[in-house]
Design a protein around this ligand. Structure first.
Ligand code: HEM
Length: 455
């Protein structure tokens, strides 16, 4: 069995209530270091690891970023003074955007407020319609639509352009070009080209993907080849943000970038304001372009597959449900979360701070704990009939990270809104091709054939 298959089997074994909360998994360890690796899979254990920050730190994310892009940090990192500055920046920028829209106070945090989400939803509808207007012309020729590239990743990129406000670099870096050419040679079907916004979305994705692999895919050490690739691909994206911060007039007036520039006078105490703001924008662009595009593709692939039908959800069903304006936002969120639970899998890592015993397991400072979101999202102790589509706002959806504590996903309301609107907007416009199947390239969705519907 491969290490991946062993890890999946371990994930299943750890769901047994009688199994230990954590188990060591040497196949993820590195001969060159003495760091031990443990695995968590049960929902309650994964929840604990993700939210008990005094025991489990996020410092390896900081270290991995420092390796390739010195000075850059994510909010997903140690809760130090610089992170608190970035959080203040994000909250001040959000407040500035809310004030511009005269947003009424709601009982929700600003990033989850219904008014904010309505604003995101209206932009997402506009962007989805604009893309679908172009794709639907193919109804007359029968040319296939690549849902992943031409819809999911494109709308995710266009939303990042609109609400975050950073454009793709003017010049496509040479290495990015080579990666796309490699993809074009290896994959059947039309070539990806560097023109229009589709080209921008492709280059932005290629710039961010190695970085996400390096930061979120590394458990102990990242291979030096990946580090080199990451430096060359991610640095131009960071440079584009710096340039945009210096010329904010090129960004949409109601974007986060404009907001961060507008609130700068509130931060006279912060000497490296732009460095921290650059990090905030960089993290949000990555989450939007990469995670939303990937999740949307995977949700569509699941709903259009026999596995989705066996789980009780079809694509038509999903679209009709999300297009129904009589269903509450809470219930739409539950539908999107249920799809994320069934269709999307991920892993996160934490580092043990000090020698300790946690839930009866002896841990050493520096040990890594890998949490497997897939089994945690199908743990029968947390989800009755875990393989079935059964959306319920009361379910403890962990797919968007910790359910409480300082690292709750900031963009979950944005993501759920965009995905809802993107799926609903396809009604009567594009639909899965018969027997459609997702194709993966270099770890990301590359194609999911759809067809344009005749009006
Ligand atoms: C389907 C889409 C998304 C999924 C599945 C997702 C998932 C996650 C997960 C698992 C974490 C926790 C990471 C950890 O603790 O190690 C997280 C945190 C975060 N996410 Fe998301 N995310 C999504 C969309 C977004 C979007 C669109 C944005 C921004 C626009 C965003 C911004 C963030 C930020 C800033 C954090 C860090 C919070 C903190 O540590 O303070 N996410 N997300």
């Amino acid at each position: 069995m491969s290490a991946e298959a062993d890890l999946a089997a371990l994930g299943q074994r750890l769901l047994d209530p009688a199994a230990p909360p954590l188990e060591r998994f040497a196949a993820l360890e590195d001969d060159a270091s003495d760091v031990r690796v443990f695995v968590a899979a049960r929902h309650d254990v994964v929840s604990g690891v993700l939210s008990e920050e005094p025991v489990f730190s996020l410092r390896h994310y900081d270290e991995l970023l420092e390796q390739v892009l010195p000075g850059t940090r994510y909010l997903v990192g140690e809760d130090d003074a610089a992170r608190r500055v970035r959080l203040r920046q994000l909250h001040a920028a959000q407040a500035w955007l809310d004030a511009r829209r005269n947003a009424p106070a709601s009982g929700e945090p600003p990033n989850m407020a219904p008014g904010f989400r309505d604003w995101i939803g209206a932009i997402a509808r506009e962007e989805a319609d604009a893309i679908l207007d172009v794709l639907q012309r193919r109804a007359s020729t029968g040319e296939a639509v690549n849902f992943a590239r031409e819809y999911a990743f494109l709308i995710a990129y266009r939303m990042a352009r609109r609400i975050i406000g950073v454009p793709a670099p003017e010049k496509v870096p040479g290495l990015v070009k080579m990666i796309v050419i490699w993809r074009n040679v290896m994959r059947p079907g039309p070539w990806l080209r560097f023109k229009d916004e589709l080209g921008d979305s492709v280059s932005m994705l290629v710039m961010l993907q190695p970085l996400f692999g390096h930061v979120f895919g590394t458990v102990v050490n990242s291979p030096s080849a990946l580090q080199g690739l990451t430096r060359h691909t991610a640095a131009p994206a960071l440079a584009a943000i710096e340039k945009a911060l210096a010329a904010p007039e090129s960004a949409p007036e109601d974007s986060l970038l404009s907001a961060l520039v507008a609130v700068k006078p509130q931060f006279s105490d912060v000497a490296d304001y732009n460095l921290q703001a650059r990090s905030v924008l960089f993290e949000l662009i990555g989450a939007l372009v990469l995670i939303v595009g990937k999740s949307l593709s995977e949700i569509a692939a699941f709903a259009a597959s026999p596995v989705g039908a066996a789980a009780g959800i079809t694509w038509d069903n999903l679209v009709a449900r999300l297009a129904d304006r009589n269903i509450s936002l809470k219930d739409h969120d539950a539908t999107v979360n249920e799809m994320l639970r069934l269709a999307v899998s991920s892993r996160l890592t934490r580092t043990v701070r000090t020698d300790c015993q946690w839930r009866g397991v002896d841990l050493k400072a520096g040990d890594r704990v890998v949490v497997l979101m897939d089994p945690a999202s199908r743990d029968p102790a947390a989800f009755a009939q875990p393989g079935q589509f059964n959306p319920d706002p009361a379910r403890p959806y962990i797919t968007s990270g910790p359910l409480q504590g300082p690292h709750v996903c900031y963009g979950r309301g944005i993501a759920w809104t965009i995905m809802r609107e993107a799926i609903a907007a396809t009604q009567g416009r594009i639909a899965p091709a018969p027997n459609t199947k997702i194709a993966i390239f270099a770890g990301l969705p590359d194609d999911l054939p759809f067809v344009a519907c005749r009006r």
